[in-house]
Design a protein. Structure first.
Length: 462
């Protein structure tokens, strides 16, 4: 049987069972349908099931199991390691399931499994509400299954801390609800355990009254990076939860709103967010301005605008290679290494971010969710990025060297959403720490054959 006939037969058999489309390799839409956010990922699934509803997901899961296929689940396709797709297998594509529903009285937002964070921002913002999510609006809600660190984390906790319930399709094709009152063990596991336990077809999240915030970057010359990072590591953890700000090495984008004299200059910066009374923002940011940044672009914006600010800078299709670490402290030796690698940014889109993960996020017990590093103060991501595939090896080498140099100063594990390719099973286990054994037991209960294994995998306990 030729490859074309094989994939065509798969599509023809599964297609009538779904309301959505099933796209095989011979379909003219195939190359567009198989793309994911990271242009470095170039996988060729046998078929892509574009699921419109939970019934489609159930049919696709049952079909994948019957055929013995490797199955990947894709929301918005942002997974840096390319785990939303798979070679020679079946992709369950949730992107058609892109919908939201707001209960303003209960302050909740429910979103379909294919929704992007910007959909949640827009829906909640219409009612003067906000949900703690990440910093790119094009990211899918699958981010929530791994943690969710962003501008609101110090004030309201991680995204996983604000999940109230989920609809999940299990490996046997059954559909269940997970919450504090239903399938409590599954509810615990999905709040940080990634896509190991089933296909999450919807999430209900807690929202907060936060229509706007004071937000924006301050930049300093790169030669001041060691000085500014040393100041920042002491300043931010001592502030009230209302003030957040992630430290970054960056190259100033060549366009507005940045002044022309800064275009394409390597700099260090902090992107601030203040969620308190706007009248108190100037006082909270006074120590920042006393450091005399060369750019101060902090202003009042809707939460949705802040979360979409970097979307244009990082469109789908760029080459990405990233890694991550947790840090409880940043000693002088680590500051010096950061400054060294910040000077070596290999491309203008490459960056390093230190996301604060203290405040409200740290006041949750380490065993309350699978997120095992509640004592961390920062969640770091080292990201080599460039649109040109010719630079793929350069950005990979810089990212790996940076992470390996700083890792000895870290807490040992990594943010599961930032684990890159080639890091191995030991890295996954280290990330979950003391929670791994509990996760493995729950995996054995809900997915004993490890059907959902195209992920940062938690192997079923024997």
């Amino acid at each position: 049987m030729t490859e074309t006939v094989a994939t065509s037969a798969l599509a023809e058999e599964l297609g009538p069972q779904l309301r959505g489309d099933v796209i095989g390799r011979e379909d003219p839409r195939y190359d567009d349908a198989r793309k994911v956010y990271n242009g470095m990922i170039d996988k060729r699934p046998l078929a892509i099931a574009q699921c419109r509803d939970q019934a489609d997901v159930i049919a696709a899961v049952k079909f994948g199991a019957k055929q013995g296929l490797d199955v990947a689940v894709r929301g918005a396709g942002h997974n840096g390691a390319g785990l939303g797709t798979v070679d020679d297998g079946l992709v369950i594509d949730l992107s058609p399931m892109r919908w939201t529903r707001v209960d303003a009285a209960a302050r909740t937002v429910t979103a379909g499994g294919g929704s992007q964070l910007g959909d949640i921002d827009h829906a909640a913002g219409g009612f003067g509400l906000a949900v703690p999510v990440g910093i790119l609006s094009t990211t899918g809600i699958g981010l929530a299954l791994g943690g969710g660190v962003g501008y609101l984390s110090r004030k309201y906790g991680l995204t996983i801390d604000n999940i109230l319930s989920a609809d999940v399709v299990l490996a046997d094709g059954s559909a269940v609800r997970a919450s504090e009152d239903e399938n409590e063990d599954l509810f615990w596991a999905i709040r940080g355990g990634g896509g190991n336990f089933g296909v999450v077809t919807s999430l209900t999240l807690r929202a907060y009254e936060q229509p706007t915030m004071i937000w924006g970057p301050t930049f300093w010359p790169l030669e001041r990076s060691a000085e500014i990072l040393s100041w920042y590591r002491e300043f931010l953890p001592a502030q009230a939860d209302d003030l957040n700000g992630f430290f970054a090495f960056l190259t100033v984008p060549p366009g507005p709103p940045f002044p022309e004299e800064l275009h394409m200059k390597k700099m260090c910066g902090v992107v601030w967010s203040f969620t308190g009374d706007p009248a108190d923002a100037d006082e909270a940011l006074k120590p920042v301005r006393e450091t005399e940044p060369v750019l101060d672009a902090v202003m009042a914006v809707p939460v949705s605008a802040a979360n979409a600010a970097f979307d244009e800078l990082y469109p789908a299709g760029d080459q990405w290679y990233w890694r991550g670490d947790y840090f409880a402290q940043i000693p002088d030796e680590a500051v010096a290494l950061h400054a060294e690698f910040g000077e070596q940014l290999p491309t203008w889109k490459s960056t390093m971010h230190l996301y604060p993960s203290d405040g409200a996020a740290s006041r949750v017990a380490e065993d309350a969710t699978p997120w095992a590093y509640r004592e961390s103060k920062w969640t770091a991501v080292y990201a080599g990025v460039d649109p040109d595939p010719a630079n793929a090896e350069a950005i990979r080498k810089w990212t790996v060297a940076y992470q390996e140099a700083l890792h000895p100063y870290s807490m040992g594990g990594s943010y599961i959403n930032f684990i890159g390719t080639e890091e191995g099973q030991d890295r996954v286990q280290a990330t979950y720490g003391s929670n791994y054994e509990r996760l493995a037991k729950i995996k054995a209960k809900y997915d004993p054959d490890n059907f959902f294994h195209v992920n940062q995998n938690i192997r079923p306990a024997s």
